[in-house]
Design a protein around this ligand. Structure first.
Ligand code: HEC
Length: 260
């Protein structure tokens, strides 16, 4: 790595060749930084931006090249995921089930019937998620819970293909890759289920500012359906410090054991 910034004196290139090549970028960024906060910080490097810029969009922009198989995915799943999500992705212990509640007919219609008839007691990830890119992105950036960003690109393709196999969306011999993701998208059970009229954004074209808190005949308490295992509690550091310090949801102090 080049060391090209001197924090104490000024923004200054230390690697002359690098600066020669990127002379204009370097000078421009320096001038900008100097103007705004003199002597503070430095422009992000290309590799720093690349490490941060990992989002995968529904049109597959940002999806890295790679491939994965169901067989390899099963090995990863059993070793790194099943402990929390269950052998078949069915566990409701740590988080709501990943797999379940979808049918072959849903894959044809693109709308999960059990979400509409409300007969299924629990909503699984495959019932809800509309875009396969979201699953790829989320697994790559956040799972396994205790070691986010530890899966390689190919491992992510593999473990995702195993989840899709468990959901009977793809057959056992399917090879999931940058090229075949679109085929899977065309079979996602709830691909036509995305709505924007859910009260979080706009209602009738207007911002939703009319939510009314429940003042009478409200639910007396919320039944907690799943909890993190004790050893994974503080895996993402103290959640209390990562939430805003006001409002109803303050975030739990995860450095102390769960209050029974
Ligand atoms: C230590 C427990 C743990 C392990 C191990 C784990 N997960 Fe998770 N997983 C969670 C928790 C907790 C959430 C919910 C996180 C949240 O909503 O902030 C989650 C969420 C998810 C979701 C999103 C589900 C949804 O509907 O939002 C997916 C997909 C997922 N995990 C896949 C995996 C895969 C693949 C692995 C293995 C590589 C894995 N998980 C390993 C605990 C775990």
């Amino acid at each position: 790595m080049f060391k090209w910034v001197d924090f104490k004196t000024d923004f200054k290139c230390w690697a002359p060749v690098w600066c020669l090549v990127f002379a204009s970028t370097c000078a421009g960024a320096q001038a900008e930084a100097k103007k705004t906060y003199p002597g503070v910080g430095r422009p992000a490097t290309t590799s720093e931006i690349a490490a941060w810029d990992i989002d995968v969009r529904p049109d597959f922009k940002g999806l890295p090249a790679g491939r994965g198989t169901v067989q390899k995915g099963m090995e990863i799943w059993d070793a790194q995921c099943a402990g929390c999500h269950g052998t078949f992705g069915e566990s409701n212990e740590v988080f709501t089930p990943i797999v379940g509640g979808t049918t072959e007919k849903d894959m044809q219609t693109g709308r999960v019937a059990s979400l509409i008839d409300q007969k299924t007691p629990q909503r699984s990830t495959l019932m809800k998620v509309a875009t396969i890119s979201t699953l790829w992105d989320y697994i790559y950036r956040a799972m396994p819970w205790y070691a986010p960003r530890s899966l390689s690109v190919d491992d992510t393709y593999s473990v995702l293909s195993y989840v899709l196999y468990l959901g009977e969306i793809i057959p056992e011999d399917f090879v999931l890759s940058q090229q075949t993701m679109a085929q899977v998208q065309a079979r996602m059970p709830n691909r036509n289920g995305m709505t924007q009229q859910h009260g979080l954004g706009k209602v009738d074209g207007q911002p939703d500012v009319k939510a009314v808190p429940c003042m009478q005949a409200c639910r007396p308490f919320v039944q907690i359906g799943s909890v993190l295992p004790e050893h994974a509690r503080n895996a993402h550091n103290n959640l209390a410090l990562q939430n805003r310090p006001y409002g109803p949801f303050l975030g739990i102090d995860t450095t102390i054991p769960r209050q029974k």
